[in-house]
Design a binder for this molecule. Structure first.
Ligand code: ZN
Length: 205
């Protein structure tokens, strides 16, 4: 892509570094910014810099936060003895959007994946084990991706806490709503069968 200005080109290259943004989309964004008031554009870049500079991670659950302890951990209305274990912050946002969960989280920062060089030590697992001990957690709910890495992570953590009096559950993994049974992989189908619910309960929920 030949651009008539190196300033324009630099900006396009920066936008094109973002996930899912190609050069054409980047150019469209940059040209849009070019039409805006200079104060608007400066506020835009300041907001990004400030977000990166000032954002904190909750010392208890590793969620993003404006303070040392996040708003979920600091909320006495939430069930502090229930921890939902997730891979990343996007999962927290997804579960929060359902408005169906009133406990707390623990963000692992990834899942165990030896092929990608991610071992348990790189994840927030030790802190989780300490937390369960210290806080006398009543229930741990795993909400991890339904794949081998997710299962490996569950198995590893489960082993580490099996001596503790904490109920351990995992979210039910079933056929995606609207999905076709025949296109579900065997593992999903097997799990769906294993996690079957009485029909009355299914209809109610
Ligand atoms: Zn927190």
């Amino acid at each position: 892509m030949q651009l008539p200005s190196s300033l324009l080109e630099n900006a396009v290259n920066e936008f094109a570094k973002l996930p899912g943004i190609g050069k054409k989309t980047a150019l469209r964004m940059v040209l849009h910014l070019l039409k805006q008031d200079i104060n608007e554009v400066e506020y835009f870049s300041e907001t990004l810099g400030r977000m990166r500079r000032e954002i904190k991670f909750c010392q208890r659950c590793f969620n993003v936060s404006d303070a040392d302890i996040c708003s979920i951990c600091a909320n006495s209305q939430r069930k502090q003895h229930i921890i939902c274990v997730v891979e990343n912050i996007r999962d927290v946002i997804a579960i929060e959007s359902t408005q169906q969960f009133n406990g707390t989280y623990h963000v692992l920062g990834g899942i165990i994946s030896p092929l990608d060089g991610v071992g348990p030590d790189q994840l927030n697992i030790e802190s989780l084990v300490h937390r369960i001990q210290k806080e006398q957690t009543e229930e741990l709910i795993f909400a991890l991706s339904p794949n081998i890495q997710g299962d490996t992570t569950i198995y590893y953590i489960q082993k580490k806490i099996q001596h503790l009096p904490c109920t351990v559950t995992t979210i039910a993994r079933g056929i995606a709503f609207g999905g076709e049974l025949e296109y579900a992989d065997e593992m999903t189908l097997a799990r769906s069968l294993a996690n079957r619910l009485p029909v009355q309960q299914y209809v109610k929920s």
